[in-house]
Design a protein around this ligand. Sequence first.
Ligand SMILES: NC(=O)c1ccc[n+]([C@@H]2O[C@H](COP(=O)([O-])OP(=O)(O)OC[C@H]3O[C@@H](n4cnc5c(N)ncnc54)[C@H](OP(=O)(O)O)[C@@H]3O)[C@@H](O)[C@H]2O)c1
Length: 337
Amino acid sequence: MNNKYFNKKIILSNYPVGLSKKDDFSVVTEEIDPLNDNDILIKTKYVGIDAALRLLLRDSDDFLFRVKKDDLIRGSIVGEVIESKNPKFSDGEYVLGSLGVQKYCVSTGEDIEKCDLNLANPEFWLSGMGIPGLTAYFSLLDVCKPSPDKNVLITGAAGAVGSIAGQIAKLAGSKVIGTTSSDEKCKWLIDELGYDYAINYKNKDWFEKLSSVSDKRLDIIFDNTGGQVMDESLKIIGMKGIVLLCGSTSQYSENEIKGPNNYIWLGTMRARLQGFVIFDYEDRYEEARINLSKWLNEEKLKMPTHLVEGDIDKFPEIFEDLYKGKNYGKFVLKLKD
Ligand SMILES: NC(=O)c1ccc[n+]([C@@H]2O[C@H](COP(=O)([O-])OP(=O)(O)OC[C@H]3O[C@@H](n4cnc5c(N)ncnc54)[C@H](OP(=O)(O)O)[C@@H]3O)[C@@H](O)[C@H]2O)c1
């Protein structure tokens, strides 16, 4: 390595209580060691802001991949190879990996994938072409199987996963209803993403509206948030309906995680709660990406990516904003050069 590189990375300084705050994170600067054989030096261009991270910032071993105090914050990045001692990677190539919230990353090549920029722009590899798009694709098409006769509710509809899931359910011809936290986001879901209905769950009459637009029948509840919205919705689950447990964002900042009360309706309606983890589909990512990029290029699918530009130390603020619902689609920090 001819040049000296100084990394800047975000580590955990306190286990957050409730919503995470700026002070729960610190910035550390360090010089990068010379590369070993097979190493690749990557300059981060985009950092994905993941809701699931909050669940990992607990002083508990209950969850896999936990982040302990002083650990590097986990996160997916898209970056450019700037030096390579690995014959499989060349300078200038774009790669994707869960390499953490930092300005530079060193990889041996085993934990990264190449981004084919002919399929989609680099930032889309964190949204529609990344884990959110893949999750929406497989959990809907492989597990929920939407069709024209079905009513589909997407909770967390305006988020990274939800914004793609709603569009895929629409492509399958279903009636698609989304929930989100503001009237502006509801308008965006309908005008920009083609949702049939969008409901602001902060309004007192949200459940009446949901019952009315769905004719009291939800065949698929694609649940990103858990909490009260998911719980109330179970009262109108359709016969042999499915509740896809994609995520439980409303519970991730809580000390005590609460489950649904209204499970009893599932019994009467022969319905099921279905768990889902995207990593089970790793060997089929390529197939999904070919279809997702085809839909993107045919303008059948948007890959909403909410870019915020800044230095790596902007991460804590954006992570806080994610939990305030400020994102439209995937929240991504675009690093300044
Ligand atoms: N199963 C899998 O393999 C898999 C893979 C990827 C992601 N996930 C899960 O999918 C879910 C969505 O992830 P994402 O990356 O797409 O995040 P996201 O939806 O882009 O961002 C989080 C959103 O959660 C909503 N939110 C925040 N606090 C809330 C609360 N108290 N109650 C209800 N909603 C709240 C906000 O939207 P509003 O403005 O609408 O409130 C916010 O925009 C997460 O639970 C994540 O863990 C699962």
